[in-house]
Write a protein that binds this ligand. Structure first.
Ligand code: GLU
Length: 543
């Protein structure tokens, strides 16, 4: 068969030669040992922990070797494309301090652009045409129905499914049959003519998994779909070659396709990059471990961490803990170090599933938040508030002094003893809410309505914002005594029957009336921060 003629018929026109592309996308000029890595997401708009897992790995491997990490957008599947998805990837990863050197919407060295696969159609076609000319690729006219029937037959016979060997019907079409189909206008895809034999197995060194056994590919995979758009397999080979990737880091789901990629690189005459397949993030679900799921686990989405207001360093610390087995120990020794100083190594990555545990992240988060200075905490909360806060929360930042005093009291910020009960910005903001907003609801009072009123009135009569803490408390005791509550805890404990309750019940009334809550930090200080007018108004409103 005249393959040249066939190639011209299938992909008419002049295409540049391989040599042209080799020159257009030359080897990168980087120091010896510098790695080139990439993140290659599909623009679906859903950015998840798996992306962050890959991205941190890519970024660390590149930057620890004075190399380059770039962002390529795999948008060959238009059905899944969402507007703004690329910007969303960039901003989600930037939040966790993963920055790309070049790529879609980032710019950088234009030599290897464009970074959107849709804009690279010509290169894929040029190489598909070359493979057809060499007899290494052929048109396949099988319809969806044909393929479904084939799959069913293979499943019934307990055989491997796919388009290969004797099942690859179109592989052996005669010249006459091919042209007849083309003349009839039948749609076609282009498939690789595999030369592999699945009886042949060989060792392959994966940068993360170590030595794995790989079976030779014999699948005649599709390389160009009927609309001329490449499949992942083909685009991967062409792009990672011409963008000069040195290590392909991707999820272990792709390990099964590695034989295809090895054959494709060989057929195209490209040297194979190194590969590192990282394990999937798993979750303990009762007795079983399963992959995190988009439907069941909101924590899979990176948006979750931003919306909740996780401190980005905490998430990164946890990711690094999962990624490198020696990170935890290093971090214990270097708790305040720049995370980029950690000697990250692909070979230290976990080979089997990494168990993601939100409780563990929450613990790390509390510790990280407790390390922030006053200024850092205020800045972190303000940034979160601007993006995700309610209108009311955005206003908390107008009174900086009050905010600082509230944070000092509630979180121990700026003080020696830090409270570690906050995991996220949203929690912290919710906790300090009562300083800035009058309580819309009050937790239940434990005393009768009559006692509540009498206690509030008694306190209001005595209250003076200039009192020191001791005087303030003696006044609370007076109110207690006046209303049949024990002024001293000791008296109450000795003879509980003699009282309606104790001074702590009285303080609780004041606390709930002022803040809406039965549990808060020191009430005297809260009243000091609120100021006399506001405190009086709140107490009065509950009389
Ligand atoms: N577009 C592929 C994905 O999102 C990329 C896999 C790879 O990194 O090669 O799964």
């Amino acid at each position: 068969m005249d393959y040249k003629l066939l190639a011209e018929r299938l992909l008419p026109g002049e295409y540049p030669s391989p040599a042209f592309y080799e020159e257009k996308y030359p080897a990168r000029n980087l120091p010896k040992g510098a790695e080139v890595t990439r993140l290659a997401p599909s623009p679906t708009g859903f950015i998840h922990l798996g992306n962050l897992f890959s991205a941190i790995t890519d970024e660390r491997i590149a930057h620890r070797s004075s190399g380059i990490v770039y962002l390529r957008i795999e948008d060959t599947d238009l059905k899944r494309k969402v507007d703004g998805a690329v910007e969303a990837v960039i901003s989600a990863l930037k939040y966790f301090d993963v920055k790309f050197d070049e790529g879609a919407e980032i710019g950088g060295d234009e030599t290897y652009a464009p970074w959107y696969q849709r804009q690279r159609a010509e290169i894929y076609r040029a190489f598909a045409k070359k493979l057809i000319e060499e007899g290494r690729a052929y048109p396949c006219f099988c319809t969806e129905e044909d393929l479904t029937a084939l799959r069913e037959e293979q499943t019934k016979n307990k055989e491997i499914t796919g388009y290969y060997g004797k099942y690859a019907k179109c592989r052996n079409l005669t010249e006459e049959e091919i042209y007849k189909n083309l003349d009839a206008g039948k749609p076609f895809v282009i498939r690789l003519r595999s030369l592999g034999n699945p009886e042949n197995k060989f060792k392959f060194h994966d940068e993360i998994k170590g030595d794995v056994t790989v079976t030779e590919n014999d699948q005649d995979v599709v390389i160009l779909k009927s609309d001329g758009i490449p499949t992942y397999h083909f685009a991967h080979a062409v792009d990672d070659h011409f963008m000069r990737t040195t290590i392909v880091i991707r999820g272990e789901d792709w390990l099964a396709s590695l034989p295809i990629h090895i054959e494709l690189f060989a057929a195209l005459g490209f040297p194979l990059p190194r590969y590192g397949h990282h394990c999937s993030l798993m979750k303990q679900d009762g007795e079983t471990r399963r992959k995190l799921s988009k439907r069941k686990d909101p924590e899979l989405s990176l948006e979750f961490y931003r919306k909740e207001g996780y401190f980005p360093r905490a998430v990164k610390v946890y990711m690094l803990t999962l990624l490198n087995s020696n990170f935890e120990e290093w971090y214990l020794k270097n708790p305040d170090a720049d995370l980029n100083e950690f000697p990250f190594k692909a070979a230290k990555m976990s080979k089997s599933g990494a168990l993601f545990d939100l409780d563990k992240l929450n613990d790390i988060s509390k510790n990280e938040l407790a390390k922030l200075s006053e200024g850092e905490m205020a800045e972190f909360l303000r940034e979160w508030g601007e993006e995700f806060g309610t209108e009311a929360q955005k206003k908390y930042f107008l009174d900086g002094e009050k905010l600082m005093r509230a944070l000092a009291l509630c979180m121990g910020v700026g003080g020696k003893k830090r409270r570690k009960d906050f995991t996220t910005a949203s929690q912290a903001m919710e906790f300090i809410k009562f300083f800035f907003e009058r309580p819309a609801e009050h937790e239940a009072y434990r005393v009768t309505d009559g006692d509540r009123r009498a206690v509030l009135q008694g306190f209001l009569r005595r209250y003076d914002a200039k009192d020191d803490a001791q005087t303030w408390f003696s006044k609370v005791k007076e109110v207690a005594a006046e209303n049949g509550f024990a002024a001293e805890m000791k008296d109450y404990k000795e003879n509980p029957e003699a009282y309606k309750g104790s001074v702590s019940d009285v303080a609780e009334v004041l606390r709930i009336a002022t803040t809406g809550r039965a549990n808060t930090p020191d009430l005297y200080t809260i009243m000091q921060i609120l100021g006399e007018e506001e405190t009086r108004a709140r107490l009065q409103a509950e009389v």
